[in-house]
Design a protein around this ligand. Structure first.
Ligand code: UD1
Ligand code: MG
Length: 457
């Protein structure tokens, strides 16, 4: 392939009427990321000199949501057609480059297809096409007797005979900029929709003797556009199944590849095992042999080898070492760090805390802003009172400490190594190492006390 400079133009000005939504179509999310974000990511992989996005409907909401400094944003105030959209982008393009045109609502286009298309185009014109059993609504690829491409005819302008053509324009094409510049100047809008059709450049190329080639894709989903919420949901499943397949190919066991949602990047080691209904968001790493039970939600977290997470657990921005046991129903909030072999049981909430190796917090606790040493045991129902209504304070618990059930640790407070806290205590002052500290009324017997009896009426 001649090493041509590459420009990418992404058309994203349309409203998306059939989404029935206030949100511009290209900002609807697929796998947790706006449709346009997927297209930009694919474009980036081609290492273009420039990426121009033509936006319009929804105004500044689109550039604001994408918040990407590397994009040239071009506003198309009135959506007068795909050709008009390209006319707005043209002044920003490099005169000696080839431009790849992508659509902001076609999120799954493959980088390989784009490369193939660019190779075919060189400095000329190449179209990405697909054969559709039902080609209704699409621009048809009109070929001559020698199978050479002659034109694209839009559905609304097509004759009965042209409408029977199954090969359609995906809207994705590559074109040398010197040609594009001259053809865009010649576009008119003398058609059914009174729009400036980008697709009219095909007939102009033929007229000018510039070769037009096509790359025909077999994969309909990579060129499928999103026009409705049903389309969006359909492509979400395509995306998720592909992701699940890649995970399985990397040695991950999925109990059901149809029931996993990855909204970001999930890296999982071999023999990691994921039960049904889990959602992974942001960047998540599961080391070898990690087992995730059903219906867990895990965001921006790392989980060490051999750790087992029981069902219905929730983690956000946590670091977990090897061989821990977590859940069911555990909630680990940002800043939680577990050392090896820690056990976190049901209905335990932990936030901004370090838990040392082999420590247990097995039932119904809140541990916030705390540092726990090794082999600590936290009894059921223990709460760190980290907030005084204005400020947060830390709780520090030494190695081998034993905190009896239903204890309140009022921070700031330190529990020494090997200390024991009697159950039901409210600890407001530091507890010394190695000693039993207890703070509650002593058990007494009130001799002869009688229960009240119900008064007779
Ligand atoms: C277009 C193609 C058609 C192709 C089909 C594939 C033209 C004239 N027709 O038709 O051959 O089969 O896509 O889906 O190009 N857009 C703008 N500004 C505009 C108009 C459109 O940015 O003024 C954007 C839209 O947001 C969308 C894309 O361009 O992402 C395609 O526009 P759309 O209106 O969907 O074109 P179609 O009529 O479907
Ligand atoms: Mg369309």
């Amino acid at each position: 392939m001649p090493s041509t400079l590459l420009n990418v133009v992404i058309l994203a000005a349309g409203k998306g009427t059939r989404m029935y939504s206030q949100l511009p179509k290209v900002l609807h999310k697929l796998a947790g990321k706006p449709l346009l974000g997927h297209v930009i990511d694919s474009a980036r992989q081609l290492k273009p000199a420039k990426i121009v996005v033509v936006y319009g409907y929804g105004g500044e909401a689109v550039p604001e949501a994408i918040a990407d400094q590397g994009i040239i944003w071009v506003k198309q105030t009135e959506q007068l057609g795909t050709g008009h959209a390209l006319q707005q982008a043209m002044p920003h393009l490099d005169s000696d480059a080839t431009t790849l045109i992508l659509l902001g609502d076609v999120p799954l286009v493959s980088v390989e297809s784009c490369q193939g298309l660019l190779q075919k185009a060189g400095q000329q014109l190449a179209l990405l096409t697909v054969n559709k059993a039902d080609s209704t609504g699409y621009g048809r690829i009109v070929r001559n007797a020698n199978a050479g491409i002659e034109a694209i005819v839009e559905h609304k302008d097509a004759s009965e005979q042209q409408r029977s053509i199954n090969e359609v324009n995906t809207g994705i094409m590559a074109v040398g900029n010197s040609h594009l510049a001259t053809w865009l100047k010649r576009l008119g809008n003398d058609n059914q929709q009174r729009e400036y059709y980008l697709t009219d450049i095909v007939a102009m190329a033929v007229q000018d003797g510039v070769p037009v080639s096509a790359e025909i894709t077999q994969d309909e989903s990579q060129v499928a556009g999103v026009n409705s919420k049903q389309d969006l949901a359909g492509l979400e499943r395509v995306y998720q199944l592909r992701y699940a397949t890649r995970l399985m190919q990397a040695g991950v066991t999925l109990h059901d590849p149809f029931r996993i949602d990855v909204r970001g990047d999930l890296h999982a080691g071999s023999d990691a095992e994921i039960d049904v209904g889990c959602v992974f968001e942001g960047k998540v790493t599961l080391a070898d042999g990690v087992r995730i039970g059903a219906y867990c939600i895990i965001k921006d977290s790392n989980i060490g080898a051999g750790t087992v997470v029981a069902p219905f657990s929730h983690m956000d921005q946590v670091n977990i070492a090897n061989d821990c046991r977590i859940g069911p129903y555990a909630r680990l909030r940002p800043g939680t760090e577990l050392s090896a072999q820690a056990h976190i049981g049901n209905f335990v909430e932990i936030k901004n805390s370090q838990v040392g190796a082999g420590s247990n917090i097995n039932h119904l606790s809140y541990i916030g802003d705390s540092t726990l040493g090794k082999q600590v045991n936290i009894g059921a129902g223990t709460i760190t009172c980290n907030y005084d209504g204005a400020n947060k304070h830390r709780t520090v618990i030494g190695d081998n400490a034993f905190i009896g059930s239903d204890t309140q640790l009022v921070a700031p407070v330190t529990i020494g190594d090997g200390a024991t806290i009697g159950a039901g205590s409210t600890i407001t002052k530091n507890a010394p190492a190695g000693e039993l500290t207890i703070s509650r009324g002593r058990q007494t017997i009130i001799k002869g006390w009688k229960r009240p009896v119900k008064a007779k009426k």
